[in-house]
Design a protein around this ligand. Sequence first.
Ligand code: SF4
Length: 72
Amino acid sequence: MTNQKHFCTCTETTCQLNPCNHDLGCDPCIRKNLNKGEIPGCFFHLIDDDTSQLHDFTIEGFVKFYMDTKKP
Ligand code: SF4
């Protein structure tokens, strides 16, 4: 990684939008996600649950995953 100063928790470091690969911070990732109606990976890390089987990264998918896994 070349840009460790960023807090990004996304583990997809091969993604060219990951802040470890450029100096533009979150902007490219958020721009891409907004354009696709998706949620950045770091939001999923707020939920303490296994996300390895997750394939729906849409905003609606995130809300459903959050509500389904939210601990009372
Ligand atoms: S918005 Fe994207 S680049 Fe920024 S912390 Fe979240 S996953 Fe990383």
